[in-house]
Design a protein around this ligand. Structure first.
Ligand code: EAX
Length: 334
């Protein structure tokens, strides 16, 4: 009886395997024809943001150029964690892609610190010339050893200071303010030198921190102050433009290298086009933003940039050896 039973069991198992095998063969053939590669892109900003708009463009372009073989999934508003988490995920291959400001990148490659210096960039033309040239290529290349392929620099923007305590007209007014900053050593030092109390914090926690007054202020481009609704919890906005903040489109290198040349090309072309589109979108938007934020109740001040520049000079001395004086001078000359 036992032998019969085990024989039956073996026979039925063979049927199951054969059945599976057949089905498997069919669906593999089908799958090859319509195999879809998913690219998850994580970022901290909201669905109204300039990141999201540009990434939607990328998603649309890449679907078209890959004939539907690439499906981009967008994870906005820090759903998958902070910028630092996202860059780490892309580095380890647990996440395919991210669009992150260069703020957290100093923790991965010191080369990025050059752009973190206060007032080193004063206009976009200079920024783009440097970022699209050898300097930028070297910076992106330095991510390779971390398993990251950096495609190019999108726009985050010139960072402006907001707070809920007082209007800022001069460096003096920043003294004593508790300011949230990105987790970046150069940025932290800049506000320390200004006499503020710098508080490093991931972007996802910022709105609540401002609302609960855990911090007095923060600094971000106008587009973020608007699309993240910081105007609801901050009434003073100073047009300082103290840091220029670029954003890097990054993908896990191994993941990218594992794709067919056709799909790689579709991604490269789409990123190029989406990047150009996103930069233009930001420039067009910026002109209206001061008025928009004023109409939403913010009091706007235009401090003398020279005074801030002077006051933050010690930051250059502190980091010049680590960053490289030649690189600093090269960028300042542009
Ligand atoms: O990348 O954290 C910040 O303040 C950044 O500007 C933001 O996450 C965009």
């Amino acid at each position: 009886m036992k032998r019969i039973l085990s024989l039956l069991l073996i026979v039925s198992m063979i049927f199951v395997f054969v059945g599976c095998g057949d089905k498997g063969a069919d669906s593999t053939a089908e799958k090859d024809e319509q195999k879809v590669t998913t690219i998850r892109i994580a970022y901290t900003l909201s669905p109204e943001s300039h990141y999201h708009k540009g990434l939607e463009k990328f998603k649309e372009l890449v679907a078209e150029k890959s004939n539907g073989q690439i499906d981009v999934q967008l994870f906005h508003s820090a759903q998958l964690g902070s910028e630092r988490d996202a860059v780490e995920g892309v580095s380890m291959g647990t996440l395919e892609a991210t669009l992150s400001s260069t703020g957290p990148l100093a923790n991965f490659s010191k080369k990025f610190m050059l752009f973190d210096l206060p007032f080193i960039i004063q206009d976009r033309a200079t920024a783009f010339e440097a970022l699209d040239g050898k300097l930028g290529v070297d910076m992106l290349g330095s991510l390779e050893e971390k398993g990251i392929k950096g495609f190019g620099f999108w726009e985050n923007g010139f960072r402006m200071l907001t707070n809920s305590k007082q209007p800022v007209n001069s460096p003096e007014d920043v003294k004593g303010l508790k300011i949230r900053l990105m987790e970046n050593p150069v940025h932290m030092e800049t506000f320390k030198v200004l006499g503020a109390q710098p508080v490093p914090m991931p972007f996802g926690d910022l709105f609540t921190a401002l609302q609960q007054k855990t911090v007095d202020g923060q600094e971000n481009p106008l587009v973020i102050i608007d699309t993240s609704k910081f105007y609801e919890v901050q009434n003073n906005l100073a047009i300082t433009g103290h840091f220029y903040s670029p954003a890097v489109f990054m993908m896990n290198k191994e993941f990218f290298n594992g794709l067919s040349p056709e799909l790689q090309n579709a991604i490269i072309e789409s990123e190029n086009e989406a990047r150009a589109w996103q930069r233009e979108y930001c420039v067009n938007l910026e002109n209206e933003l001061v008025e928009t934020l004023k109409s939403k109740g913010m009091e706007i001040t235009y401090p003398d940039k020279k005074a801030f520049q002077e006051a933050t000079k010690p930051v250059y001395d502190k980091f010049k050896d680590e960053i490289g004086e030649d690189l600093i001078n090269e960028l300042l000359k542009k």
